[in-house]
Ligand binder design. Structure first.
Ligand code: MG
Length: 383
C-alpha cells in the first residue's frame, strides 16, 4: 500500500458561532463559514480524512511540504512520516505548524484504522471503551441569560449536571474584550456560584484569563482551594516555567495543570514534569502535532506517576483519552446555554463525541478515527 494523492477540499456551511476581537467563540447570528477536508488516498483505494480549518491544510502547504514527504510512502509508517514532517518545520520559515502536522497525522491514523478494519482508540492500546466527559463552558460574555454573571454560570452548571448528566464541569471565565475583564474577583465569584449550585461532590476546574500576574494567580488559587476545585490551568503566560514552579510550590491543595498552548510538543511537557512546574500534564493532538506526540506526553506523565489531561474535543483527542490509563476526563465543549452541542453540523452525520445521560462518551467500533462526515454534503458545498 502506497500513498497516491493528498487533497484539500474547502467547503461552506452555516454556523451560529462568532469570534470576538480576542478570538474567543460565543453564540451569534447564523452566518456562513468555511472548513476544509484533508483526504489521503492510497494506490489500493484506502482513504483517511480529517476536517479542520483551511489554514491548517491550505494547498500551498500540502504542495510544498506534505506531498514531497508522503507520496509514494507506506501510510502505516506513521512515526517515520511524522518525523520527516517535523524535521521540515525548522526550514519552513514557521509555515509548517504543529496543527498541519496534526491534521496530516490524524488523516494517516484514520487511514490506518480503515485499512485494518479497526478503530484507532484500540490500535493505540484501547485502555477503555467509554470515558466520563467534563462540560467545558465557553468564555464569559455580556449576553442576557448567557454567561454574563456568576448566577448565569451557577444556573448553567446546575443544568449541565442535573439535567444533561455531566459529572464534572470546567469554567472558562471572562476575558477581554468583555468589560471589566480580566478580574480574579469576578472569576472567583463565578466559581463560588457554580460550587454552590452543583454541591460539594462534583469536580470543578477553571481556565481563566491567561495573563495574570503571580500575585493574582496565587490569590485565585487560594480561593479555589477553599472551593475544593480539582485543577486550574493556564492562568499565566506559559513561557515562564519559573512562574509555574513558583505557583505549584505554593498551592498544595489545588492541582496546577499545564502546559496547554506552550510550543515544544512533548519535549516542553517533559521539562514541566521534571522541574515541578505542574501537578498534572496537559496535552492535546492539535497542540502538540498529533496523536504520536500526545501519546508520548501521556506515557511520560505516567512514568512520573502524573495524570495527563487531554485538551480539546474531537475524534483524535477522544482516541488518545480512551487509549491511556492516566487521564481523568474527556473535554466536551465548548458549551453555552444558547447552543445545542449535541446537534451535528451540516457536514457531519453524527458529532464525534455523543454522550449518554450518565456523562459517558462512548468510543465507536467503526474502523478509523471515529468521525462520521457527510462527504456528499462536503462535495456539494465545495468553495
Ligand atoms: Mg485551556
Amino acid at each position: 500500500m502506497k500513498i497516491e494523492t493528498i487533497t484539500t477540499t474547502k467547503f461552506r456551511y452555516i454556523t451560529n458561532k462568532v469570534k470576538d476581537t480576542d478570538g474567543h467563540t460565543h453564540p451569534g447570528p447564523e452566518r456562513e463559514t468555511q472548513s476544509a477536508l484533508l483526504t489521503i488516498t492510497t494506490d489500493d483505494g484506502s482513504t483517511g480524512d480529517i476536517v479542520t480549518s483551511y489554514g491548517d491544510i491550505e494547498e500551498q502547504l500540502i504542495e510544498k511540504f506534505v506531498r514531497p514527504v508522503l507520496v509514494g510512502e507506506d501510510p502505516l509508517r506513521i512515526e517515520k512520516l511524522w518525523q520527516a514532517l517535523y524535521k521540515w518545520q525548522r526550514g519552513s520559515s514557521m509555515k509548517l505548524t504543529d496543527r498541519t502536522l496534526c491534521a496530516v497525522e490524524l488523516a494517516l491514523w484514520d487511514l490506518a484504522g480503515k485499512a485494518s478494519g479497526q478503530p484507532v482508540w484500540k490500535l493505540l492500546g484501547g485502555y477503555r471503551d467509554k470515558i466520563l466527559a467534563y462540560g467545558s463552558t465557553m468564555c464569559g460574555d455580556d449576553l442576557e441569560n448567557g454567561l454574563a454573571t456568576p448566577e448565569d454560570y451557577g444556573r448553567y452548571a446546575e443544568w449541565l449536571v442535573k439535567t444533561r448528566g455531566y459529572k464534572a464541569v470546567k469554567l472558562h471565565t471572562w476575558m477581554p474584550p468583555i468589560p471589566g475583564a480580566p478580574n480574579v474577583r469576578m472569576d472567583y465569584a463565578a466559581c463560588a456560584a457554580v460550587r454552590e449550585a452543583v454541591g460539594p461532590d462534583i469536580p470543578l476546574m477553571l481556565d481563566p484569563n491567561h495573563w495574570y500576574s503571580r500575585a493574582d494567580a496565587l490569590w485565585l488559587c487560594r480561593k479555589l482551594e477553599e472551593l475544593d476545585f480539582y485543577w486550574i490551568e493556564e492562568m499565566m503566560e506559559e513561557a515562564s516555567l519559573s512562574s509555574y514552579q513558583w505557583l505549584t510550590a505554593r498551592t498544595p491543595k489545588l492541582n496546577i495543570l499545564g502546559p496547554e498552548s506552550m510550543t515544544g510538543k512533548h519535549w516542553t511537557r517533559a521539562e514541566w514534569a521534571a522541574k515541578g512546574a505542574c501537578d498534572m500534564l496537559r496535552t492535546g493532538v492539535w497542540d502538540v502535532g498529533g496523536i504520536g506526540p500526545a501519546m508520548k506526553t501521556a506515557h511520560l506523565a505516567e512514568s512520573f506517576h502524573m495524570s495527563c489531561e487531554v485538551h480539546g474535543t474531537g475524534a483524535g483527542n477522544l482516541a488518545v483519552a480512551a487509549a491511556i490509563p492516566n487521564t481523568s476526563y474527556y473535554e466536551r465543549g465548548l458549551l453555552h446555554p444558547f447552543l445545542d452541542y449535541d446537534k451535528p453540523s451540516a457536514y457531519q452525520n453524527r458529532i464525534d463525541d455523543e454522550m449518554d445521560q450518565d456523562g459517558y462518551v462512548h468510543c465507536r467500533n467503526t474502523p478509523g478515527l471515529g468521525h462520521d462526515y457527510n462527504l456528499d454534503y462536503i462535495e456539494a458545498n465545495r468553495v
